[in-house]
Write a protein that binds this ligand. Structure first.
Ligand code: 13P
Length: 269
């Protein structure tokens, strides 16, 4: 359900549990995982589920999930260009043409290993939106940046440079994922307090630029060692609207338990 900014008091922002499969699973495993998740989606569920397979399997996973309610598919990356001589790249119009709804942009692994900076990511965000793909824009500081007290400014800059070229309507199409680099794949998650503090800062920043209604409409996900054991307390935080899950999204049981944790939080609201 699209958030209605005119009725901000009556409509809730989307709660999302997204699985980022990264460069894992072979074809058979990817399809088995898709089946296992799709088969256990609950028709009454309020949580929007997103799965993000590698490019090679994207078309088939998207086809498989086409008629399923409350589950969508995301690409893990896209080119900043629409077409042309860019060997190995995949463009937003290509991704949109196979029925994919979302694209993850600016994951810290793209920033670190492929040297993607905020300005390039701003172009990718623009390209995605031009093609009706909803960006899941990632931000997050390294351990060194946190330890030296720079984490807030780093994340602020990532948001400002990557997203603040958008107009209000475009901004409302975006999902943000805060993923502290030190929590990714380490088994050490941010505490609920650390996550809440950063999410509140991000929402305040958006409010300052686009107004409170826009800020209140945007889903901000937490990512970094989310597991069935810690999901509920993270999702309980006021400004944490779900999770972007890596390792635990590769096992259907774990991923489904994380979705259940969000459903439990929602049932109390
Ligand atoms: P982990 O859940 O494996 O820490 O990965 C988080 C992540 O990077 C999701 O995009």
């Amino acid at each position: 359900m699209k958030y209605d900014t005119e009725n901000a008091n009556v409509m809730k922002r989307k709660k999302i549990v997204a699985g980022n499969w990264k460069m894992n699973l072979n074809y058979a495993e990817a399809m088995a995982l898709t089946d296992a998740i799709a088969g256990r989606m609950n028709e009454n569920q309020e949580t929007e589920v997103i799965v993000s397979p590698p490019f090679l399997f994207l078309h088939e996973v998207a086809s498989q999930l086409k008629d399923k309610a409350m589950i969508s598919v995301a690409a893990q990356n896209c080119s900043d260009k629409n077409s042309g001589a860019f060997t190995g790249e995949v463009s937003p119009p290509m991704i949109a043409s196979i029925g994919v709804d979302y694209v993850i942009i600016g994951h810290s692994e793209r920033r670190k290993y492929f040297y993607e900076d905020n300005l390039l990511l701003a172009e990718k965000v623009k390209g995605a939106l031009r093609n009706s793909l909803l960006p899941v824009y990632c931000c997050g500081e390294t351990l060194e940046q946190r330890n030296s007290g720079k984490h807030v400014n780093v994340v602020k800059q990532q948001i400002e440079e990557g997203l603040f070229h958008l107009d209000k309507m475009q901004m409302e199409e975006c999902v943000i994922a805060y993923e502290p680099v030190w929590a990714i794949g380490t088994g050490v998650n941010a505490t609920p307090q650390q996550a809440q503090e950063m999410h509140a800062m991000i929402r305040k920043l958006i409010s300052g630029k686009y107004g409170e209604k826009t800020a209140e409409s945007i889903s901000i996900l937490y990512g970094g060692s989310v597991t069935p054991a810690n999901a509920e307390e993270l999702f309980n935080c006021k400004d944490v609207d779900g999770g972007l899950v890596g390792g635990a999204s590769l096992k259907a049981d774990d991923f489904l338990r994380i979705i259940d944790a969000m459903e439990k939080v929602l049932s109390r609201e």
